[in-house]
Design a protein around this ligand. Structure first.
Ligand code: SER
Length: 278
């Protein structure tokens, strides 16, 4: 599948589940002084989650252009040094505004990954927030318990910024180790096992004083790194080896008069990846 086909199949899948396909919002958010740049697909729906705005639909999906260079979500130090973080990237997402919740969010993520895209089930891991027994029980319908792991706030409680909508999350990780031995490497910061999709169960508003205020309704906010899922589907170890980036890398090679090095630690390669990302 080409990157373009992956993007379209994501949107088609959620359209078939009655989601309205919306456009990406601008990378500079409208009227939100808490954010410099759009850092997640849910930003444009913040008012709906906080119950101060409405839409004429209860389910949405899109591909959102995101920039993560400041504040709570900042990947400037990782970009180029590794092969799977970006400062500018696309996030594929689906949302429920007080409509479906954990059961459907998990079922549809599983269906898209394993039925539509045919990813090998024995390479997928799920994580849940340490106290989220509900998500844990739902995951048990799809994968054996030894592939479901519990983590704390750092990994499994998602917040857009210092304040705003937030909640426990359940992530899906893909194991790229040759012998499928990546269970211990979930959340270990290695390209061998990477997070591909984050399912957030939004149910609180983080207040400026740090308190969590329960929201009136419960919502779903998912985000999947487009460049990462393309790398997984195209069986590439690096996002930069997919058809999203290889034309840019080729152009940089020509302009620089240097070959893109195979050794990931080579500073020339790091610089080329940074330029391609930017
Ligand atoms: N907002 C969550 C994230 O950015 C899921 O979309 O990971």
């Amino acid at each position: 599948m080409t990157a373009k086909e992956v993007r379209q199949s994501f949107l088609d899948f959620f359209k078939s589940k009655d989601h309205k396909i919306v456009t990406s919002s601008p990378v500079v958010p409208y009227g939100d002084p808490t954010l410099l740049f759009t850092n997640a697909g849910m930003n444009q729906f913040k008012d709906v989650f906080l119950d101060i705005g409405t839409r004429d639909y209860k389910r949405a999906a899109d591909t959102q252009k995101c920039i993560r260079v400041s504040g709570k979500h900042n990947d400037l130090e990782e970009v180029g040094v590794d092969t799977y973080h970006h400062t500018f990237f696309e996030m594929l997402g689906n949302w429920s505004f007080g409509d479906y919740y954990k059961e459907e969010a998990i079922a549809w993520a599983w269906e898209l990954l394993t039925d539509v895209w045919k990813l090998p089930k024995d390479r997928l891991y799920a994580t849940v927030f340490k106290t989220d027994d509900e998500a844990y029980e739902i995951w048990k319908k799809y994968i054996p318990e030894d592939r479901i792991q519990r983590f704390g706030e750092k990994d499994n409680f998602w917040e857009m910024g210092e304040t705003g909508p937030c909640g426990p999350c359940s992530e899906i990780h893909f194991d790229r180790t040759p012998d499928k031995s990546g269970g211990k490497l979930v959340n270990a910061g290695t390209p061998d096992v990477i997070e591909i999709w984050n399912l957030v169960f939004i149910q609180y508003n983080r207040l400026p004083n740090g308190e969590l205020e329960p929201l009136r309704s419960k919502h779903v906010d998912t985000g999947m790194g487009f460049e990462r899922i393309v790398a997984v589907i195209q069986n590439k170890k690096s996002n930069y080896d997919t058809d999203v980036f290889s034309p840019i890398i080729n152009q940089i090679e020509q302009l620089a008069g240097k070959k893109y090095p195979e050794d990931l630690a080579n500073p020339v390669g790091i610089a080329m990846r940074v330029m391609a990302d930017h």
